[in-house]
Write a protein that binds this ligand. Structure first.
Ligand SMILES: [Ca+2]
Ligand SMILES: [Ca+2]
Length: 174
């Protein structure tokens, strides 16, 4: 039994300053065991290669999405990080808007319980250019907990507790 859950932050609008670490939280529930996890980013920035970006699980496991990728590129628009694609994020350029293989392995999250607070950590590691985290999403494919199928049915959006910016959307069973 598989379910695809899309967990969205919306209107995060966090400033990414020079030499700062920016962290955003996203609350996830409804997946007891992850079989695949992808990340979607929307970031405005005037020099992409300033950035090192990580995803951190509720248990503290950290995966590096990329580091100093795309020299001089400007921003990320619905940029998807997915282990199962061939093009490395290191080969991206311009404004990143496609699907790329991350630097680290998102499969490190496979098998974990997804429930809890996930973090996106953005390190701006160079002077002169800044940006903004607009939103980010986790696309989690996995096994729902027994008995929650009606709660996480196909009817649309549930607002989650425990996160100020979390939003939960389920596409139901697949
Ligand atoms: Ca994947
Ligand atoms: Ca900078």
């Amino acid at each position: 039994m598989k379910a695809v859950h899309i967990c969205l932050s919306f209107c995060v609008s966090l400033t990414i300053g020079d030499y700062t670490v920016t962290t955003s939280n996203l609350s996830v529930s409804g997946i007891s065991s992850i079989s695949d996890l992808n990340v979607v980013l929307n970031i405005s920035h005037s020099w992409n290669s300033d950035l090192r970006v990580f995803v951190i699980s509720p248990t503290g496991r950290q995966v590096e999405l990329f580091s100093e990728a795309g020299i001089g590129g400007k921003g990320f628009i619905n940029t998807t990080l997915d282990d199962e694609v061939g093009t490395s994020i290191n080969n991206g350029s311009g404004t990143f808007s496609g699907t790329y293989k991350p630097f680290g392995r998102l499969s490190d999250f496979d098998g974990l319980n997804a429930t809890g607070i996930w973090k996106l950590k953005i390190i701006d590691a160079a002077e002169g250019d800044t940006g903004k985290l607009n939103s980010w999403s986790l696309i989690v494919n996995g096994t729902p907990p027994t008995g929650n199928l009606t709660k996480y049915g196909t009817s649309g959006n549930d607002t989650l507790t425990g996160g100020s910016s979390g939003k939960f959307t389920s596409r139901g069973d697949e």
